[in-house]
Design a protein around this ligand. Structure first.
Ligand code: PMP
Ligand code: GLN
Length: 384
């Protein structure tokens, strides 16, 4: 294994899902729904398979139907205009979109700023590109993990190539506000930075939180690579359909890298996701309402079990602090939790360079059936 990858080992998601299988514990670790997405979308995939659409290599940028549906989605939801032929690229999930963006845009030695805790593939993709990661830590204040804008400003150097942003944010559940995004946009313009923004949880925002794409801020459309994923929005994480929207130059660059990673992927599923993106608003509203109820069920249960809970404004994850349980090491806690309570969770420390800053935080996923969450909550009560 080369030196660039040596520090990464096996992803925490694989490790914890394997632990869940081995122990029979309830898996609230890896973020995948235990109920598949809409029947009509599955039928659309079956139709595509039967009709012979996408069974051979689809076009490099993705099938036209899906690229058009992605452009229409960005226009209808956010008033962002993208040319489906030149400004949209379909990828093998958001994971490939992230890797291809970094491989395409980062020169060896370039600095890449990422919000810490960061989704694990960011660190690995930055490393594969030969970049140096510069974490800016989100810190809990007033019940929410916050970005310190001065710290972000101070992190920018002459070697900074881009900011890798994520909102709604995994694992903290923070949704960046209009005011925060305005400042990030100003900084990017001022220092002439690109921003790669991972918005895969765009449809999972709760209460008063609003998802505002960074590309919609002044001066940002031309310097932003926006990443989306059907896995999160439609509960088909196994289909690996993701996408990038950006200017023709940026999409062209990402495509240059993407063509040598997978070339193309997910043929028949691309047609099905084109149909999914055109589902009525009620689908998106119902999905959000369902997840909101689950968020509240799990958050209350975790509080009753003795955790400090950071109720998320977005995503399907809730981050907790285990300090009130008399614990301080999230790793050790997560390794022992299957035995102690029959539940699997993720230690947030793996998403930090400053491991100490993340040590007491543990993430639970709530994209699970209500009965499963109820059982998990009842088991966790034994900790209190
Ligand atoms: N970004 C974030 C923040 C995620 O949480 C995930 C998935 N868990 C991904 C990217 C990867 O998405 P995909 O499955 O579409 O590759
Ligand atoms: N994104 C999912 C999570 O955060 C996991 C995806 C994966 O296993 N790569 O839990």
């Amino acid at each position: 294994l080369n030196r660039r990858l040596a520090e990464f080992g096996t992803t925490i998601f694989a490790e914890m899902s394997a632990l869940a299988v081995k122990t029979g514990a309830i898996n609230l670790g890896q973020g995948f729904p235990d109920t598949d997405g809409p029947e009509s979308v599955r039928e659309a995939a079956v139709r595509a398979l039967r009709d012979g659409r996408g069974n051979q290599y689809p076009p490099g940028p993705g099938v036209p139907e899906l690229r058009t549906a992605i452009a229409e989605h960005q226009l209808a939801r956010y008033a962002l205009t993208y040319d489906p032929d030149r400004e949209v690229l379909v990828t093998a999930g958001a994971t490939e979109a992230i890797a291809a963006s970094l491989l395409a845009l980062v020169e060896p030695g370039d600095e890449v700023i990422a919000l810490e805790p960061y989704y694990d593939s960011y660190a690995a993709s930055i490393a594969l590109a030969g970049g140096a990661r510069v974490p800016v830590t989100l810190r809990p204040r007033g019940g929410r993990f916050r970005l310190d804008l001065d710290e972000l400003r101070d992190a920018v150097t002459d070697r900074t190539r881009l900011i890798l942003l994520n909102t709604p944010h995994n694992p903290t559940g923070t949704v960046l506000t209009r005011a925060e995004l305005t400042e990030i946009a100003k900084l990017a313009v001022e220092r002439d930075l690109l921003v790669v923004t991972d918005e895969v949880y765009e449809h999972l925002v709760f209460d008063d939180a609003e998802h505002i794409p960074l590309a919609s801020f002044p001066g940002m459309r031309e310097r932003t690579v926006t990443i989306g994923s059907a896995g999160k929005t439609f509960s088909f994480t196994g289909w690996k359909v993701g996408w990038v929207t950006a200017t023709p130059e940026l999409v062209g660059a990402v495509r240059s890298a993407k063509q040598f990673l997978t070339y193309v992927s997910s043929g028949p599923f691309q047609y099905a996701i084109a149909e999914a993106l055109a589902l009525p608003d009620s689908y998106f509203a119902d999905f959000r309402a369902d997840m909101l109820a689950k968020r509240d069920l799990l958050s209350e249960g975790l509080r009753a079990a003795g955790f400090d809970v950071y109720v998320p404004a977005g995503t399907y994850f809730v981050t907790t602090d285990i300090t009130p349980l008399g614990e301080s090491d999230g790793f050790a806690f997560c390794r022992s939790l299957p035995e102690r309570a029959g539940v699997v969770a993720i230690p947030n420390a793996v998403f930090y360079d400053h491991r100490d800053a993340g040590a007491p935080f543990v993430r639970f996923a709530f994209c699970k059936r209500t009965s499963v969450l109820e059982e998990a909550v009842s088991r966790l009560k034994s900790l209190a």
